[in-house]
Design a binder for this molecule. Sequence first.
Ligand SMILES: Nc1ncnc2c1ncn2[C@@H]1O[C@H](COP(=O)(O)OP(=O)(O)OP(=O)(O)O)[C@@H](O)[C@H]1O
Ligand SMILES: [Mg+2]
Length: 395
Amino acid sequence: MEGDDEYRRKERVALVVIVVVASLALASLLVAFSYYCYIRNKVSKRLNTPKSVNREEKGESGKLEVATDNGLQVFTFKQLHSATGGFSKSNVVGHGGFGLVYQGVLSNGRKVAIKLMDQAGKQGEDEFKMEVELLGRLRSPYLLALLGYCSDRRKLLVYDYMANGGLQEHLYPANGSNSVASKLDWETRLRIALEAAKGLEFLHEHCSPPVIHRDFKSSNILLDKNFHAKVSDFGLAKIGSDKAGGHVSTRVLGTQGYVAPEYALTGHLTTKSDVYSYGVVLLELLTGRVPIDVNKPSGEGVLVSWALPRLTDREKILEIMDPALEGQYSMKEVIQVAAIAAMCVQPEADYRPLMADVVQSLVPLVKYNRSTPKISSSPSFHASRSPAFPDKVGD
Ligand SMILES: Nc1ncnc2c1ncn2[C@@H]1O[C@H](COP(=O)(O)OP(=O)(O)OP(=O)(O)O)[C@@H](O)[C@H]1O
Ligand SMILES: [Mg+2]
């Protein structure tokens, strides 16, 4: 009898164990199945999202700003119209060869500069295409980022906003405006020279094949709120030759006063043509003078011809210095920067240095311990932009 009871008890225990194990197995199966369904749902949702829309944002018009393969956003005309208050005059911050430049605010609060292309014109179309194709691919802290573009109704380019505008506005007084010209101090000028050199170095030596800017000048060096420089405007850029020292033949484009002599004469374009233009900008930083000034006395109107013989003459070198810089530099620094400028503007292209050499020579002169520069008077930039800058060649 006792044996029977014991047997039944064991049987009951076994049954309970079997039921518990079976329920646990069933529960785990259910959990696994629901997890599988959840993952499947997630994956199919992702697959159903259009590939091109990898970053999206609701615009004010309700339309999407679509990120294209090269990471640029495609804006609608309506979005940029509302970002600039209907392209209002009060938002104009400049006017260049491409057209008017407006400041604006996107629906996400980001401050931007928007270039509205003047109506039609083959060169404008080419610049637009080059800017979008090239800038979309190039990324460097020393190049101005293109955020996106619009090509419905009108052609527009959208960039990061650079609060202190073009370098030229800080070097020369804005004629006829009530804004007081702000003179950049020596340290800031050296830092701008270095950052701009790094921008060109990136194009020449970190891109393959190299990219020749072809319109390097002070108005294409833009300054952010802390006066850090970025190189802008690749509309005229040209893909250079892959061969060492090779050139590409092309129509002469660029801006008077900045174009290298061999390029102006023969149309042969190399990275050394940019080095010449860089030398001219370095001279502007040293002297505070424009590259070509027809109002100057004879012999002084062309900056390179006037400055070059003085750059390597210790007795005369101080004659060319911007009077606004007095007391800020040491003779040693001036001699070094003048030597770099003199090499860059050599008439013989082969004697000009590489941008990497220029960067190497400037690095020891630049102090990076200050983010905001001293300026000699309070700026009122963007209030009135002087259009009195050098004319384009070959337009
Ligand atoms: N991203 C920007 N942020 C702030 N201001 C800008 C920006 N881009 C341009 N500007 C302003 O607009 C002015 C005109 O620029 P734009 O590039 O159209 O003409 P440019 O450089 O004078 O001549 P070019 O057409 O030959 O390049 C610049 O000098 C600068 O002051
Ligand atoms: Mg420009």
